[in-house]
Design a protein around this ligand. Structure first.
Ligand code: PEP
Length: 252
């Protein structure tokens, strides 16, 4: 089970440090079988990494995005190699906010996925349909197209065979809205996603963790974790509060 917190563009550095300390402290109540991941803003990563290491805490560190190039004239961007050098192990790729607000296409997301894998990190690839797409009966087509943007790429497929990826199914209508997907509805989506993974990565698809994301809270988390194809959660709002984040992790 992987419990991942996406802090988005929240918390000043001192607040992020405090939250990291509190999570480290709370780790004692979390089973060692549960992997805890925090994804702070870029500006907090180096300090979070020091806290995690000095506490010897079982917490993984992730970034929320990265550029698709290693170095160069890309003002304002962050290289995957810079992230690795700060102890980052995971990178969230293709979050719906990046797709919608920053116009990231399936092609751009595939390029980012490739550089993250090449740099030795694990991409958390976010996919999911909007409410209009679901209401139009187009859920499967959209999710398939988003996944195939990655899986149809030979170079990426090759890298995945020697590495690991995580998929986060995040229906856009459930993100930050309080309208969490029904657990059976989420399980059906995860089953569908796993069947596509199986077409391209037979033998590996059962090991790929598929997280559910979208208004996960302490009072609904355990219903998702009881589902056979749900291997954890990507949590936005509830990851900013130590009690709710740890309560979700405890229910995993
Ligand atoms: C997210 O941003 O990935 C997310 C799932 O947010 P929230 O938990 O707030 O819905």
């Amino acid at each position: 089970m992987l419990i991942a917190g996406n802090w988005k563009m929240n918390l000043l550095p001192h607040e992020g440090m405090l939250l990291t300390h509190e999570i480290c402290e709370g780790m004692k109540s979390i089973s060692p079988e549960i992997e805890i991941l925090i994804c702070p803003p870029f500006t907090h990563l180096a300090q979070c990494s020091v806290i995690i290491e000095s506490d010897d805490a079982r917490i993984s560190l992730g970034a929320q995005n990265c550029d698709s190039h290693e170095f160069g004239a890309y003002t304002g961007e962050i290289s995957p190699l810079m992230l690795v050098s700060m102890g980052v192990e995971y990178v969230i790729i293709g979050h719906s906010e990046r797709r919608v607000l920053f116009n990231e296409s399936n092609e751009i997301i595939a390029e980012k996925c490739h550089v993250v894998l090449e740099a030795g990190m694990i991409p958390i690839i976010c996919i999911g349909e909007t409410l209009e797409e679901r209401n139009a009966g187009n859920f499967e087509g959209i999710v398939r197209e988003q996944l195939l943007g990655i899986l149809r790429n030979e170079a990426i497929l090759e890298s995945i065979l020697n590495s690991d990826i995580v998929i986060a199914y995040e229906p856009v209508w459930a993100i930050g809205t309080g309208l969490a997907a029904d657990p059976d509805q989420a399980e059906n989506a995860h089953k569908f996603i796993r069947s596509i993974l199986n077409e391209y990565l037979p033998g590996q698809s059962d090991m790929i963790r598929i997280l559910y994301g979208g208004s996960v809270k302490p009072d609904n988390a355990s219903a998702y974790f009881a589902m056979p194809n749900i291997d954890g959660a990507l949590i936005g709002g509830a990851s900013l509060n130590v009690e709710s984040f740890l309560a979700i992790a405890q229910s995993a």
